[in-house]
Ligand binder design. Structure first.
Ligand SMILES: Nc1nc2c(ncn2[C@@H]2O[C@H](COP(=O)(O)OP(=O)(O)OP(=O)(O)O)[C@@H](O)[C@H]2O)c(=O)[nH]1
Ligand SMILES: [Mg+2]
Length: 202
């Protein structure tokens, strides 16, 4: 039993141009893959039902345009995000090195400071290109660990590897986050971060 607060959850996909955000989105939703690169210029969403523990819930998945995100302010819809998927390309170290920038930009613009437990998931895409990888699995795992113990998956939008697992995980994290937020707002829980700024000297 999930005992969730909402019927639909917003999952936002972010990352550098060309890492495969649209491909992940299209493969997960329509089971299609386009080998040609058509740069996204707009924000786009699709709705997909998934089943977790015999319960069906709706994910509203947002494919972002890195172009839009860098140039503008993104969309106010991100204020209602329940989980963010950060994507890099395992053959492109630069796309990995900028994950912190994507993460911090997203938190700064859209997530109130009190919500320090906002969930991220990291996807290393194009794992079908394993022979020409430039980002080690261990390197990525270490980054995830030191950035709030994020979940990490190596995936392939082309071969549909690990996408189902990653989105299931994103959905579970979104549900937990919402529950936590509800409890927080109703004063049931205080998070460890609430104590960070104080010490025994006041
Ligand atoms: N081999 C391989 N190619 C992929 C994979 N995922 C995406 N690609 C290719 O990488 C290129 C870029 O993919 P997109 O999905 O358009 O990338 P994007 O992140 O949406 O890019 P922007 O819209 O510019 O931000 C395309 O040519 C895709 O076919 C994958 O898993 N394996
Ligand atoms: Mg795109």
């Amino acid at each position: 039993m999930l005992s969730r607060k909402k019927d639909s959850y917003n999952i936002i996909i972010l990352g550098d141009p060309g890492v495969g955000k649209t491909s992940i989105f299209t493969q997960f939703i329509n089971k299609q893959f386009n080998p040609q690169y058509n740069r996204s210029f707009d924000l786009n969403f699709e709705v997909k039902n998934i089943t977790i523990h015999n319960e069906t819930l709706t994910l509203k998945i947002w494919d972002t345009s890195s172009y839009e995100m860098i140039g503008n302010n993104g969309s106010n819809i991100f204020l209602k995000a329940d989980c963010c998927i950060l994507v890099y390309d395992i053959t492109n170290i630069d796309s990995f090195n900028v994950l912190s920038i994507w993460k911090n930009m997203f938190l700064m613009k859209f997530i109130p400071r009190t919500m320090s437990n906002f969930p991220f998931i990291v996807l290393g895409n194009k794992v079908d290109y394993i022979k020409i990888r430039t980002v080690d699995t261990l390197q990525a795992l270490t980054w995830c660990k030191t950035n709030g113990d994020m979940s990490f998956y190596e995936v392939s939008a082309k071969e549909n590897i690990n996408l189902e697992n990653a989105f299931q995980d994103a959905a579970k994290k979104a549900i937990l986050y919402q529950k936590d937020e509800e409890n927080y707002k109703s004063g049931i829980n205080l998070r460890p971060s609430d104590f960070k700024s104080s010490n025994c000297y006041g």
